[in-house]
Design a protein around this ligand. Structure first.
Ligand SMILES: *[C@@H]1O[C@H](CO)[C@@H](O)[C@H](O)[C@H]1NC(C)=O
Ligand SMILES: *[C@@H]1O[C@H](CO)[C@@H](O)[C@H](O)[C@H]1NC(C)=O
Length: 117
């Protein structure tokens, strides 16, 4: 009984993973969004970046496996940022610096995420 349940949950999860992934990237936009949502207050209002935001940035950096991941994360952040009223792109690009790390690309409305290596 318990084994059946575990198998069912596992196959449901496999299903979800397949549904949410696109191209050959292993990172989903939903995952990127969950990690970076705590950074939105800083991107809009300034002040200090929260530790939750920095943890998200570290998780994202650790999750990049290849260029597809970086390109899809770039596109994801760019698309989602465009939906946030009052977003300040200079602050968006300051977030990794504030967290003492780096982002492999800069996000602006004009960023060509396909060109990210
Ligand atoms: C930012 O953090 C510093 C150091 O923890 C603190 O002195 C400062 O008041 C904070 N600024 C804001 C706007 O929260
Ligand atoms: C974006 O970069 C890709 C890859 O370098 C290139 O093929 C494409 O033409 C670029 N698009 C724009 C709008 O510059």
């Amino acid at each position: 009984m318990a084994v059946t349940k575990v198998a069912l949950v596992a196959s449901l999860m496999a299903c979800m993973l397949i549904t949410y992934s696109y191209s050959t990237a292993t990172l989903t936009c939903d995952q990127v969004t969950v990690w970076l949502t705590p950074c939105i207050p800083y991107a809009v209002m300034g002040g200090n970046v929260s530790s939750l935001c920095c943890q998200g940035v570290y998780s994202l950096n650790a999750a990049y496996k290849n260029g597809d991941d970086r390109r899809s994360a770039c596109q994801c952040i760019k698309d989602r940022a465009a939906l946030i009223p009052g977003i300040d792109y200079n602050r968006v690009n300051q977030v990794p610096v504030r967290c003492g790390t780096k982002c492999p690309y800069k996000v602006y409305p004009s960023t060509n995420c396909s060109a990210v290596k």
